[in-house]
Design a protein around this ligand. Structure first.
Ligand SMILES: [Ca+2]
Ligand SMILES: [Ca+2]
Ligand SMILES: [Ca+2]
Ligand SMILES: [Ca+2]
Length: 679
């Protein structure tokens, strides 16, 4: 593509993006009284900074994307990297990925009336087989028309360029569509509402959109950037039975159906995704290729909740509404999302489902609140409804906002007492303050973790020892650790901290690095020969988790290091055993056809990693939807009689465990079978 047409595309893109977002800005200005201080702050903040911040932290759980970020922004790699490996990796990546400009990160659009008028409407085509591609003209958000091949599922249609059509095997493509359909169902069940728009939700893969992925807010429509590295991420996730995070993320923009009722921050669409992108992976039990739902939850708490809550001077007004705490490592979007993650962690899925049902009822009967304060009142009241508790004491713990009127309503509705705010064992901490065993006074967040098999200090890792760099002095080079361990340290200019830890047996180890002040840089894990085994990058205020297979017992080494794009500052590292993941609760067998009915059968294999005792098994057929729910047993089956309108061809079925209406394990892998021609 010539540089002129590239430039023209950019202008078109910006114009269409600007129009939608101008409407949003007008909405924020008219409906919300943004304080003058906030306005000033807003105009000071560069879009580049904001975008990189949100995207870099957003992708913290995607190891492969880190490689891209590193390749795009950071050259050369730290001097400690062996020269041969450095050259190899960088050449490959830098050839594929041109450095990205700020607007390439955008990621969402408030659709304009013109865009809605010309949007591509894809009808549900139940008589069409999942493999039958149809060449269509797709009109993109930016108005350009692409010729793509459409493959239709039940809820979504994927529209692929030849590069992706040929780059995916038949089974990968089927699994991709089916996973997107299931994701849509899980969003629909959790939120209780679908995005606006007729027909199937289009997921179009095109060469130019408002980011690596782009989604309409509250409206059906996703675009994914046509790039080799993105296709590779998708294929790696599909190989593990999971889904590309960019689809999960953009679909959460489509399901941002309460935005008029919740948004008050300048980039609030990404505060919503800071919660929802991760939470749907937790709720549906899908997790991701590398991380279990519990690991994702813990990582989200560390990323979103901990930086705010651990700064005792942080308040909602200063750090969230006015965004004045960025230089203390508190991102306002993260803090907004962190409250929901914390409630979800403490009170589970039912609380979040209740939260959504309160918002739905409110939206059906009331106009959107008009100030940030009123929007927080609505959010807290919806969370109180979800938990069935008076959250006045949570608001106090969080130094959050709740009006006197809301406090009175919660008191009347749920009473004065919330057991999560009691300190039963009198160790100085209630559950909401972090006590993970309120019946044992030696276990609390202020305790020191002893080698006793207990998680004495409530950080969800038993017997991890803390190593702290002495103030004003450097760690010895290297510092010897025990395993598991936590480290808090500081990187100064031209400094690097190296650590050695003894691994008792070969195992998968999860490294989490958090920037606790300005620090931005790398964690390198070295193999036993001293070359690097893997690395991860953390941005200022961010968190990055990564797993490594350390295949030998004995001493292993890692370093916290800088390079030219890094920044000195404080960091915290944790190393601990990774969860067993991915795990599959059950297996399926090829369906047996008897008297026009297909018998779909699932066998239970392992219930150890299931969230709660299952009560039901629900069956799903690709392109069709849920076809039956039966009480749980070790082996269950449903007899599915296909509708006569259903075409012959390949279908897949899956089974998922439920406790009541709550998913408690991921769906089984799709079992593909042929639907025979019927007379
Ligand atoms: Ca306590
Ligand atoms: Ca305790
Ligand atoms: Ca611990
Ligand atoms: Ca312990």
């Amino acid at each position: 593509m010539s540089s002129i047409s590239r430039w023209l595309n950019r202008v078109t893109l910006l114009t269409s993006k600007e129009r939608g977002n101008r409407e949003y800005k007008a909405y924020l200005k008219e409906d919300i009284m943004i304080s003058t201080r906030q306005q000033a702050k807003l105009s000071q903040r560069s879009y580049l900074y904001q975008s990189i911040r949100s995207v870099v932290s957003l992708f913290a759980i995607w190891p492969v994307v880190w490689l891209i970020i590193i390749a795009a922004f950071i050259e050369p790699l730290p001097s400690t990297a062996p020269a041969a490996e450095r050259a190899g990796t960088l050449t490959d990546l830098s050839q594929k990925v041109a450095p990205l400009a700020s607007e390439d990160y955008c990621g969402y659009i408030f659709p304009t009336p013109e865009q809605l008028a010309i949007r591509t409407v894809l009808k549900k085509m139940v008589t069409r087989c999942i493999d039958c591609g149809e060449v269509v003209q797709y009109r993109a958000f930016n108005g350009r028309v692409y010729t793509l091949t459409q493959f239709s599922g039940k809820n979504v249609a994927v529209l692929l360029p030849d590069s992706w059509k040929n780059g995916l095997s038949l089974e990968e493509r089927r699994t991709f569509i089916d996973r997107c359909d299931l994701l849509y169902e899980h969003y629909k069940e959790l939120i209780g509402e679908e995005p606006a728009g007729d027909g199937l939700l289009p997921i179009a893969v095109i060469s130019d959109t408002c980011g690596w992925g782009c989604g309409y807010i509250g409206f059906k429509g996703i675009e994914i950037l046509d790039a080799d590295w993105s296709l590779n991420i998708l294929r790696q996730e599909l190989a593990a039975g999971k889904l590309h995070g960019v689809v999960v993320h953009e679909m959460s923009h489509n399901f941002d159906v309460f935005w008029r009722y919740l948004h008050y921050l300048p980039d609030h669409a990404h505060a919503w995704t800071d919660f929802m992108h991760a939470y749907i992976e937790i709720y549906s039990r899908m997790g991701s290729k590398d991380f279990s739902p519990e690991e994702i939850q813990r990582s989200e708490i560390l990323r979103n909740y901990v930086p705010y809550i651990s700064d005792e001077t942080a308040t909602w007004a200063d750090c969230v509404r006015d965004g004045l705490c960025e230089d203390r490592g508190i991102n306002r979007n993260h803090a907004w999302a962190g409250i929901n993650h914390r409630v979800a962690q403490l009170h589970g899925v039912r609380a979040i489902r209740g939260f959504m049902s309160f918002l739905r009822n409110y939206k059906a009967t009331q106009r959107p609140p008009s100030s940030p304060e009123a929007k927080e009142d609505l959010r807290i009241e919806a969370l109180a409804f979800g938990t069935g508790l008076n959250l006045g004491c949570y608001v106090d713990t969080w130094r959050w906002y709740a009006s006197a009127g809301l406090r009175t309503r919660m008191m009347a509705q749920y009473g004065a007492n919330n057991p999560f705010c009691f300190d039963n064992d009198r160790d100085g901490f209630s559950v909401i303050q972090g006590d993970c065993d309120d019946g044992n006074p030696v276990v609390n967040p202020g305790a020191t973790d002893l080698m006793n098999g207990l998680d004495d200090d409530c950080n969800l890792v038993a017997d991890d020892q803390l190593f702290t760099e002495p103030l004003g002095r450097d760690f010895p080079n290297p510092q010897r650790l025990s395993y598991p361990a936590r480290v808090t340290g500081q990187i100064t200019a031209n400094d690097a901290d190296f650590f050695i830890f003894p691994l008792p047996t070969p195992r998968r180890v999860r490294f989490t690095i958090r920037s606790t002040s300005d620090f931005q840089g790398f964690l390198f894990v070295y193999n036993r020969q001293g070359a690097w085994h893997g690395y991860q990058f953390v941005s200022t205020g961010g968190t990055s988790a990564q797993k490594y297979d350390l295949n030998e017992a004995g001493d292993w080494k890692f370093g916290v290091e800088l390079n030219v794009e890094s920044r000195p500052g404080q960091y915290a590292v944790e190393l601990a055993d990774a969860a067993r993941w991915p795990v599959m609760w059950g297996t399926t067998e090829p369906p047996a056809l008897q008297n026009g009915a297909y018998r779909l059968t699932a066998h239970t294999q392992m219930l150890e990693d299931v969230l709660e005792t299952p009560t039901h098994v629900r069956f799903w057929v690709s392109g069709v939807g849920f076809v039956g729910t039966v009480p749980f047993a070790r082996t269950t089956s449903v007899d599915w009689i296909p509708e006569s309108s259903l075409a012959e061809g390949t279908y897949g079925f899956r089974a998922q465990l439920f406790s009541g209406s709550i998913p408690v394990a991921d769906v089984t892998a799709a079992k593909w079978f042929e639907l025979a021609r019927r007379r």
